[in-house]
Design a protein around this ligand. Structure first.
Ligand code: 5RP
Length: 267
């Protein structure tokens, strides 16, 4: 056992090897959006379900708004520095150090590389540099693969998503977070030597669509989700969370998970 293995146990469930990570790091670029205006309340109520393995958040939210009911893992979002008000959301740089992550008690760090964007080089070099820092402390690194707004079509292209996942792992990430592709997601996973987890992206039209996406990703070999809006912008966030947990950790199929969701939402 080394420090990285120990910390990964706070992220990936020991029994299933999978993880349900809730992302609440959106405010750093998008502001106080619906579902996370009262971010302390959102975290408290969702954590109280006992279904969240780990949280992804910035140091500001960790410091001022994180008071979970249980003892979940934490991945510290350590890149940012760009907002929707600025010229380019992909111009991210480091916003926290490995020492700071350790000081705060985080289990891992996360940084984004925007593949195919004008800042591909800077963000990839940033990922590699953060991987070097993380290695010194046996801190795992979550590599977030973003594409930027100009690349909407590429988000659905398994070849492009596979490229991003592989590139992230080659630059030192221990886990990759990327987009689900309806076709050939198994190929994305097969070409990536580290666990792959999916982000949600903007909210799906229905909760059922969210469940189908997660189920499809798990069937393709994903190790779970690092998701935000589809959960905390749902009309029934805690019910949806239980259904998602069922898919990830209890091998439910989509019908079983949807049945659980309906049952809990009706209470
Ligand atoms: C926001 C992020 C989020 O962590 C990520 O996109 C997951 O959230 P969602 O499921 O809402 O897309 O990087 O900056």
């Amino acid at each position: 056992m080394n420090g990285k293995e120990r910390r990964l146990r706070n992220i990936l469930n020991r029994n299933t090897g999978r993880s349900l990570v809730l992302a609440v790091d959106h405010g750093m670029a998008l502001g106080a959006m619906s579902g996370i205006v009262d971010i302390a309340g959102t975290i408290r109520s969702l954590d109280a379900t006992g279904k969240v393995d780990c949280w992804l958040m910035t140091k500001g939210i960790y410091t001022h708004a994180f008071d979970p009911a249980g003892d979940p893992g934490v991945i510290l979002r350590a890149s940012g520095g760009a907002t929707i008000a600025g010229p380019d959301l992909t111009r991210e740089g480091p916003t926290a150090s490995a020492e700071e992550a350790l000081f705060l008690g985080a289990d891992a760090m996360a940084t984004t590389a925007f593949i195919g964007s004008g800042y591909e080089h800077e963000t990839l070099v940033g990922m590699a540099a953060m991987a070097t820092e993380c290695r010194k402390w046996n801190l795992p690194l979550l590599g977030v693969i973003g594409l930027g707004k100009t690349n909407e079509e590429k988000k659905k292209d398994p070849k492009f998503i596979a490229l991003g996942a592989r590139v992230g792992a080659e630059h030192g990430a221990d886990i990759i977070k990327t987009y689900y592709t309806e076709n050939d997601f198994d190929k994305v996973v097969a070409g990536c030597p580290v666990p792959v987890m999916i982000a949600g992206g903007p909210k799906c039209e229905t909760n059922l669509d969210t469940l189908k996406m997660i189920h499809g990703a798990l069937q393709g070999g994903a190790r779970g989700i690092v998701m935000g809006r589809n959960v905390w912008q749902s009309p029934h966030p805690t019910a949806l969370l239980s259904a998602v947990y069922g898919l990830i950790h209890e091998n439910m199929d989509v019908n079983e998970a949807a049945g659980l969701l309906d049952h809990l939402a009706a209470r």
